[in-house]
Design a protein around this ligand. Structure first.
Ligand SMILES: CC(C)(COP(=O)(O)OP(=O)(O)OC[C@H]1O[C@@H](n2cnc3c(N)ncnc32)[C@H](O)[C@@H]1OP(=O)(O)O)[C@@H](O)C(=O)NCCC(=O)NCCS
Length: 163
């Protein structure tokens, strides 16, 4: 998402049933850095290991992007995706979603398929599949129904960038 979007949602907190999405701020970096020491996570997200300093730099460049689940298979990923998609449709006017996923990342591909994304391309060079979901009116209605419980609140944290 671009800079305008970042400003729009920098104080937004989305509360679902199982997950809460908050802006990724510098105070989250040490925990995220710990999670990303996992070789499995590095492989699944096609990420290089970073030093803590690099991770802070990365956070400054993102200033967004909410979560890395640590307990998989409990519906957190699905709900997090639904929260973001619903926010994107209702607040940002997005009309389609696209996910590029490593061919071997079965959990992620399955999750997006369950969210009604369809595979539209396979890049054998990058070993990556592209899945897409166009937000038709039925899809929009489904998304709103899936996220009718979501609360949106103002988010404040202790780091300087939000003061
Ligand atoms: C992809 C990811 C975010 C899914 O989050 P999650 O909280 O485990 O997902 P959910 O519990 O909502 O499960 C959603 C669906 O994903 C699929 N799934 C989850 N774990 C799976 C596994 N180990 N094997 C195969 N499919 C799996 C299932 O289809 C599941 O639906 P079901 O439980 O009804 O069968 C999570 O696996 C993850 O963090 N992976 C590592 C990082 C990553 O791959 N990021 C995405 C890069 S594109």
């Amino acid at each position: 998402m671009g800079a305008a979007t970042m400003r729009l949602n920098q104080n937004t907190m989305l509360l679902g049933k199982k997950v809460v999405l908050v802006p990724y701020t510098s105070e989250h970096v040490p925990r995220y850095h710990d999670w990303m020491k996992s070789e499995e996570l590095q492989r699944l997200t096609a990420s290089e290991p970073l030093t803590l300093e690099q991770e802070y730099a990365m956070q400054r460049s993102w200033r967004e992007d909410a979560d890395k689940p640590s307990c998989r298979g409990r519906g957190f990923g699905t709900e997090a995706a639904l929260l973001m998609m619903s926010y994107g449709v209702t607040k940002l006017g997005l009309t389609k979603f696209e996910a590029k996923i490593g061919q071997g990342n079965e959990p992620s591909i399955r999750m997006f398929q369950k969210l009604h994304f369809e595979q539209v391309a396979l890049n054998s060079v990058f070993q990556e599949v592209t899945l897409r979901l166009a937000v038709s009116e039925p899809v929009r209605q489904w998304l709103l129904a899936q996220t009718s419980h979501v609360e949106e609140k103002a988010y404040r944290d202790g780091s300087a960038e939000h003061q």
